[in-house]
Design a protein around this ligand. Structure first.
Ligand code: KG4
Ligand code: ZN
Length: 335
């Protein structure tokens, strides 16, 4: 079993997971309230908060799982992409635990971890097409096996979650905008505004035109702002393009299943529409494993790396996962 540690942004999390599938404990402290007054995550504040509470979260995760450090087969930690200052807190802790407990240190990629959230409590096996939609990234990926994935397309500007958060701000909603828009959209009229989908060829995405269209609509609106209708129309446009391109990729690559991952995978309409329109099974993580958490980190540790050198450093932009591994193994074994 593996201990996972996650500090890439504003959630401090630790979890113990068996064989990449069974969560023995998953502890999380969300700093959202701390950052809400600033309207977004303040990196220095986030890093300090991680320093304050990470050790106690790790202790809680171990005690809830009922395991001792000597039971662990490794300490897994997110190395990036994320905020450098916050990532460094988790990495320093993970390396220190690994050293002190004489266990392997395993660095994993945050985006691949989001996808691995789908292994938790399921029978998912590759090949599959994954739609990864988070606050920082939007990608369509093709997983040929557990370890090898190819980026089919990605956003040319804003990430889907970022678009939700920016539109949330335009509508005067609290941070993060995604969950609030999700709630408001349920009572709004999605046909009130005909927002553009963002026309981009192939499997790439663009959300900046849509965001500007919402801004124009807000500027033209009379008070009070029809917030629910704007939220519903915006969300419908995002969901439409995400579902369309994901289904097209799954069909063209002829994969037997689709996987949804990342914070925006918590969105009700996206979950429903993708499942409803797909002719192949769609895997979607439980809500608590959509947004940042450490269970997905431990799951990724099982599938991706054996051990990483202590030289592995935090990174803010996407890297190839192979750069994190000391050596590679053909297939994961029981841990
Ligand atoms: O994956 P995540 O927790 O962090 C990153 O790795 O970025 O994703 C956070 C993003 C935020 O942009 C947030 O607004 C969005 O996920 N999000 C949602 C929902 N819940 C979280 N977006 C739409 N609907 C939701 N229910
Ligand atoms: Zn994330």
């Amino acid at each position: 079993m593996l201990l996972g540690i996650e500090t890439s942004c504003d959630e401090t999390a630790a979890a113990v997971v068996l064989n990449g599938r069974k969560v023995l404990s998953s502890k999380l402290f969300s700093q959202i309230q701390v950052h809400q007054e600033f309207g977004g995550v303040v990196p220095e504040v986030a890093a300090r908060k991680h320093v304050e509470i990470l050790n106690s979260i790790v202790e809680e995760a171990l005690s809830e799982a009922g395991v001792k450090p000597s039971d662990l087969s490794g300490i897994v930690c997110t190395a990036g992409p994320g905020l450098i200052g916050t990532l460094l807190v988790g990495l320093a802790a993970a390396k220190a635990y690994a050293w002190a407990w004489e266990r392997p240190f395993i660095a994993v990629d945050h985006l691949l971890s989001h996808v691995c959230a789908n292994y938790i409590d399921t029978d998912l096996e590759p090949p599959f097409v994954a739609l990864l939609v988070s606050g920082g990234h939007t990608q369509l990926l093709h997983f040929e096996n557990h370890r090898t994935s190819k980026i089919l397309g990605q956003t040319l500007d804003d990430a889907a979650g970022e678009a939700f958060d920016k539109v949330g701000r335009l509508l005067g909603l609290e941070y993060p905008g995604g969950p609030v828009i999700d709630r408001l959209a349920q009572v709004g009229n999605a046909k009130a505004y005909a927002f553009p989908e963002g026309v981009v060829d192939g499997y790439d995405f663009s959300f900046s035109g849509l965001k500007t269209a919402v801004l124009r609509a807000v500027e033209k609106s009379m008070a009070p702002l029809p917030v629910a209708d704007l939220a519903a129309s915006f969300q419908a446009a995002v969901v439409r393009v995400l579902v369309k391109k994901t289904l097209k990729a799954a069909q063209e690559l002829d994969v037997p299943r689709i996987v949804l991952a990342g914070g925006v995978a918590a969105n009700r309409q996206l979950r429903e529409e993708l499942s409803r329109q797909s002719s192949v099974p769609v895997y979607i993580p439980q809500l608590r494993y959509c947004t940042d958490n450490a269970a997905m980190v431990a799951a990724a540790g099982f599938y991706f790396n054996d051990a990483s050198p202590y030289e592995v450093n935090a990174y803010s932009r996407q890297k190839h996962p192979k750069t994190l591994a000391r050596k590679s193994k053909a297939a994961p074994t029981q841990r």
